[in-house]
Design a protein around this ligand. Sequence first.
Ligand code: PMP
Length: 433
Amino acid sequence: MSSSPEGTRLAQQLRFDQQHIWHPYASMTQPSPVFMVTGAEGVRLHLAEGQQLIDGMASWWSVIHGYNHPRLNQAAQQQLERFAHVMFGGLTHEPAVELAQRLVDITPRGLDRVFFADSGSVSVEVAIKMALQYQQARQRPEKNRLISLRRGYHGDTFAAMSVCDPVTGMHQLFKGALAEQIFLPAPSTPWGEAINSNDLTALEHTLAQHHHEVAALILEPVVQGAGGMRFYSADYLRHARRLCDQYDVLLIADEIATGFGRTGALFACDHAGITPDILCVGKALTGGYMTLAATLTQAHLADTISSSGAGCFMHGPTFMANPLACAVACESIDLLLEQDWYSRIQQLQQQLRTELAPAAQLSCVSDVRCLGGIGVIELHQPVSLQQIQPWFVEQGVWVRPFGKLVYIMPPYIISEADLKFLCAAIIRVLQRL
Ligand code: PMP
């Protein structure tokens, strides 16, 4: 770090950061290094020391159009000049209405009631509350548990944690405080195949055995993200939908990561042609500009909740439908739909497959897999983030592995040359392991 006044100020800020600021899943006694970002443009992050990194993470699935996009900036600025926020109780505004219209249009048919939440985890809380309130309203209060999938991840708030994979730290740490849910084995049918008998039997048996006490089955369609970056069969979803109908259990699709084109369909449920009863979206909803999520449901469900004893749905956050975030989300959806997003994701998938293929030859690698705009390299052993993160930065790329997984989901606008560079840099780093 340079000894210029700027360099000194930066060093002080980084020191303060390490001593006082929690980062995601971080220790305050053994903080991991953090890198100071001073700008971001397109697919490049600019670091304080002058280095530029090609971003492979799209800031955790969200920045699909790249950073500092003129149209998203303009949408935020124009709304800022009108008003930044108003409460949503008793008031509404054009950005919220426009966004709800777009979401109703583009999500699977039948989802036409929209609840705006402030983050992905909160949209999952809302989905679970909707499912429970719905069963209450139907005089079925005993249907108050959830079925979830092993390897699932749905967020860090309490109800969301209760439906995350039960062997990760969360369930152990918060034992007694988390609702006890029912877990299916993680789907084992690979992407592109018809459901295998193990998966079908597990689905059938679990629903048959527990439906009388279950409000909903929750899953991440097609891609289990934080629980292992596993891709599974769309046919599994079709059967999940059929069996949920048969056993009077709601289906909640968490598309917080997969929504808005990432898997090669606008929503991952579209691969199976199904409509869930409840759908959660977030992350890429605003092109990664602001925190906003939404929970959509079907009219009959919303009507049942609304005409029940409570007479209302019990949730109403202060920053619900923040107008800045809604205005940017509208623009982000327009940007996505104006382009041939389908061909773009197909190109990304093709290039990811080609460029990451050589990684399969490395002795540390156990599997390489790609779907849509997602590329995953699974290693035999977990990597130390402390060790490997600086190597990626040295190579000029931003990649943040976890456990055995080195994965990328770059902004959709990444050029062929930049994606080539990104993949080659990853392979160079893995060669050092
Ligand atoms: N569900 C899924 C599938 C996710 O990937 C995430 C975020 N990693 C969440 C829920 C939680 O979203 P948020 O971090 O915005 O609370």
